[in-house]
Design a protein. Structure first.
Length: 352
C-alpha cells in the first residue's frame, strides 16, 4: 500500500471512527458501549487513541484500519520519543496499554484489529534493553501498600479533633477496610454506610466489575484504628454542620469548614453538594504518608493494595479477599498483590 493511501481518514475521537465505519451504530449505542468500560480505562484508552491518530496524521498513515506495520512503526517511535510530561520515552507498560487501546478502537468500530505480534516483540526487546541498563522504567510502578503499621503512622499525623482530621481518618480507615478505589470511596453517601450492631454494611459500587457489593466492616479492637467509629465520628461532625444526608466525604476549606459551592464566571463547577473528588481523596493519602515520613510511592491505591497484602498475611482465603474488595474472580492485579505478600511468608527457600 502506498504511503498516500495510508493518509489518515478518521478524526482523533474513537467515536468518529465508529461513525465513519459503521454508520448504523447510533449515538445511544456508542454511549452504551462506553458505559460498559471502566471510567479510568476509557479515559486512558481515549488518550492513547488520540495520540496514535495524531501520530498517523503527522506521518501519513491510516489509523483505522491500521496496518500491522503502522503499529510497529508507532511502537518503535514510542520507545525513543520523550513524553511532554516526563521528558522520558514511554515505559513498556504504557506502550502495552497503547497497543491495547488501538485494538480496542478497532473492535469497537467493528473492524478487524491489526496483528500486534511484531509490536509486542519490540516491547519485549525494549523492556530487556531497559532492564540490562538498570533503568527503573523496566519495572512496573506500584503504589506502596498501606499495611497496619504504616496506616497507624499516617493516622498519627492527623488532628482528629478537627473536622478535616475526622474526614481524613474516616477516609483512610474506611478505604482500607473496604478495599475501595478512591473513585468508589468518594461516591459513597451517608446512607450507603449504615451502622449496625456488628459494624458497617457498606454498599460500594465497584466500578471495574459494574456491581454493588455489600461490604461488611466490623468494629475494630483498637479505638484509634476502628473504621466504624471513625465513620461515626465524621457522621456526627457533619450533623453538627447541618449535614444529615448527601456525600460522606466532602470538601473542607482551610478554615476547617465545609467548603461552599464553587463557581467560575457565575457558573457552578464541581459537585454542588461539595463531594470530594477522587484526586483529592488520593491526595489525602499522599499527604498523610509524607507527613509520616514514609518512603516510596504513595497513592489512593495504597489503601486497596495494603488491604489485600495484610489480609493474605493474616491467612484469609483468596476468594474471600477478592470478593470483599470487588476484584473479579481470578484477577491478575489481586494475584500480583498476593505474590508480593508471599515472597517472604511462602518462599520456597525457607527451611532448605
Amino acid at each position: 500500500m502506498s504511503q498516500s493511501s495510508e493518509i489518515a481518514v478518521r478524526g482523533n475521537d474513537p467515536a468518529d471512527a465508529l461513525d465513519n465505519t459503521t454508520p448504523a451504530l447510533s449515538g445511544a449505542a456508542r454511549e452504551a458501549l462506553a458505559a460498559g468500560t471502566a471510567d479510568s480505562t476509557r479515559r486512558a484508552y481515549s488518550s492513547d487513541w488520540s495520540e496514535f491518530t495524531a501520530w498517523c496524521t503527522a506521518n501519513g498513515r491510516r489509523p483505522l484500519p491500521a496496518l500491522p506495520e503502522t503499529v510497529i512503526e508507532y511502537v518503535t517511535a514510542l520507545t525513543t520519543t520523550p513524553r511532554p510530561r516526563t521528558g522520558r520515552p514511554y515505559s513498556p507498560s504504557s506502550i502495552e496499554r497503547a497497543v491495547a487501546a488501538i485494538r480496542t478502537a478497532h473492535t469497537a468500530a467493528d473492524v478487524v484489529p491489526p496483528s500486534t505480534k511484531g509490536a509486542r516483540i519490540i516491547v519485549r526487546g525494549y523492556r530487556d534493553r531497559l532492564a540490562r541498563a538498570k533503568d527503573p522504567a523496566a519495572k512496573t510502578r506500584k503504589a506502596q501498600p498501606a499495611l497496619p503499621s504504616t496506616l497507624r503512622a499516617m493516622l498519627g499525623t492527623l488532628d482528629r479533633d478537627a473536622l478535616m482530621g475526622k474526614r481524613d481518618a474516616a477516609l483512610l480507615l474506611l478505604g482500607y477496610a473496604s478495599a475501595a478505589r478512591v473513585s468508589e470511596l468518594v461516591a459513597l453517601d451517608l446512607a450507603d454506610v449504615p451502622e449496625t450492631e456488628h459494624g458497617i454494611e457498606a454498599s460500594v459500587y465497584r466500578r471495574k466489575i459494574k456491581e454493588f457489593t455489600d461490604t461488611a466492616i466490623p468494629y475494630g479492637t483498637n479505638l484509634p484504628t476502628c473504621p466504624v467509629r471513625a465513620v461515626r465520628a465524621l457522621r456526627e461532625a457533619l450533623a453538627e454542620e447541618g449535614r444529615m444526608d448527601g456525600p460522606l466525604f466532602v470538601r473542607i476549606d482551610r478554615h476547617g469548614r465545609i467548603a461552599p459551592p464553587m463557581f467560575r464566571h457565575g457558573v457552578p463547577i464541581g459537585d454542588p453538594a461539595g463531594r470530594l473528588t477522587a484526586q483529592a481523596a488520593a491526595q489525602v493519602v499522599e499527604r498523610a504518608a509524607e507527613a509520616a515520613g514514609l518512603e516510596g510511592q504513595w497513592s489512593g491505591h495504597s489503601l486497596r493494595r495494603g488491604f489485600a497484602t495484610a489480609a493474605r498475611k493474616a491467612g484469609h482465603d483468596l476468594v474471600r479477599i477478592g470478593r470483599h474488595g470487588g476484584w473479579a474472580d481470578g484477577s491478575r492485579a489481586l494475584l500480583g498483590y498476593l505474590e508480593d505478600s508471599d515472597r517472604w511468608e511462602d518462599t520456597p527457600v525457607s527451611g532448605l
